[in-house]
Design a protein around this ligand. Structure first.
Ligand SMILES: Cc1cc2nc3c(=O)[nH]c(=O)nc-3n(C[C@H](O)[C@H](O)[C@H](O)COP(=O)(O)O)c2cc1C
Length: 331
């Protein structure tokens, strides 16, 4: 077992990260109509409208290069100047360049089209703006089935689902989660009190983007459930091995099937920690001990179209072909 840090100084490189180079997006003023969709769709609200009603990066921003701004722009008016990177310190993990998907080829190496599933995988973007319309129960059941039929080691199926579609309960949960993070964030930001938090909350590594997410929730810039009409909570039994990995696989099955049904989805992790510290709420949600809430998916009909391919990190692939003594590095 790894020893837990007991001094702030030991955790400082992680909790007060250095060397972060935020992404930068630029707008083509010829194409931009000033609709503001990019500003609206940025999770961390890194952009704002300038005096000419064109989007620009805010002074103090942390663009994480999710490119949801580009995905939401109906005019293709945005382009990437620089992608998020970390140049030194704890989170310097040799960020590779981002690339668009490679052009698809068929089994004979001839150019072809993406198939339906590939399109869903490549064009899926996280949806954070939903219509109020409820999701028909028939569709939610199909989404849940996609989760239930996910693979798991030895077929151990560690999951348990809870669906919430009551708007009042979702709004109540939103307030509770906001309250939790609004109280916790100042403690986390204070060098003296942060140690208590690190001891009580099972955090793992706090990536700077996660830290910014918590800050945005505390400031009510980023909602936890996005006012979505349905939330699917996923819990795991701790005696069933590797639940985080398996719940991830199960959730992504649901995510892709929901997208195939015309629904949008966003994973939402900022509810799990608070719920697991509130036994009454956890139990109300159907996760009595020893069940643990791992994560949740918000789903509903997207308010606007934002299914577009965007670039992603490309790390060179180490490839051992037949009879190869040395691997080929595919860049
Ligand atoms: C496990 C997991 C947890 C996530 N939690 C949140 C969250 O709490 N809030 C949020 O706005 N997005 C959350 N996301 C969405 C990511 O921010 C998003 O997948 C990433 O920025 C890439 O963008 P894309 O999904 O649009 O391609 C989460 C994604 C995953 C896989």
């Amino acid at each position: 077992m790894e020893e837990k840090a007991t001094r702030f100084e030991d955790l400082k490189p992680m909790l007060r990260p250095t060397g972060i180079v935020p992404g930068i997006i630029k707008v083509d003023p010829e194409k931009c109509t000033g609709c503001g969709m990019c500003v609206l769709n940025c999770p961390f609200k890194s952009m704002e409208m300038d005096e000419h009603k064109h989007p620009k990066m805010k002074d103090q921003h942390l663009c994480s290069s999710c490119f949801n701004c580009i995905a939401a722009c109906p005019e293709d008016a945005l382009s990437i100047v620089r992608t998020y990177d970390v140049k030194e310190g704890f989170f310097d993990t040799d960020t590779p360049p981002s690339k668009m998907p490679l052009a698809p080829k068929d089994a004979d190496g001839e150019p072809t089209e993406w198939n339906t599933l590939e399109r869903i995988v490549l064009e899926r973007r996280s949806t954070r703006h939903y219509k109020k319309d409820p999701v028909p129960e028939s569709l939610l059941l199909r989404v849940l089935e996609a989760g239930r039929f996910a693979p798991s080691g030895g077929n151990h199926q560690p999951w348990k689902f809870t669906v919430v579609t009551d708007p009042e309960f979702i709004a109540e949960l939103e307030e509770t989660m906001h309250g939790f993070w609004a109280q916790t964030y100042p403690l986390f930001n204070n060098d003296d009190t942060v140690m208590n938090m690190v001891e009580t909350v099972e955090t793992g590594v706090f990536d700077p983007r996660t830290q910014r997410g918590i800050q945005c929730i505390a400031k009510k810039i980023l909602p936890v459930y996005f006012g979505g009409p349905a939330v699917i909570f996923m819990g795991a039994h701790p005696k069933l091995n590797n639940p985080a990995l398996t719940i991830g696989i199960c959730g992504q099955n649901m995510n892709l099937v929901a997208n195939s049904l015309g629904l949008g989805v966003c994973w939402t992790n900022f509810g799990a920690v608070p719920i697991n510290t509130m036994p009454e709420l956890k139990s109300k949600l159907g996760f009595d001990e020893p069940w643990t809430v791992i994560t949740a998916l918000v789903t509903g009909y997207p308010k606007f179209k934002q299914s577009k391919m965007v670039p992603r990190h490309y790390r060179p692939v180490t490839w051992f072909g037949p009879r190869s003594k040395e691997p080929e590095i595919k860049t």
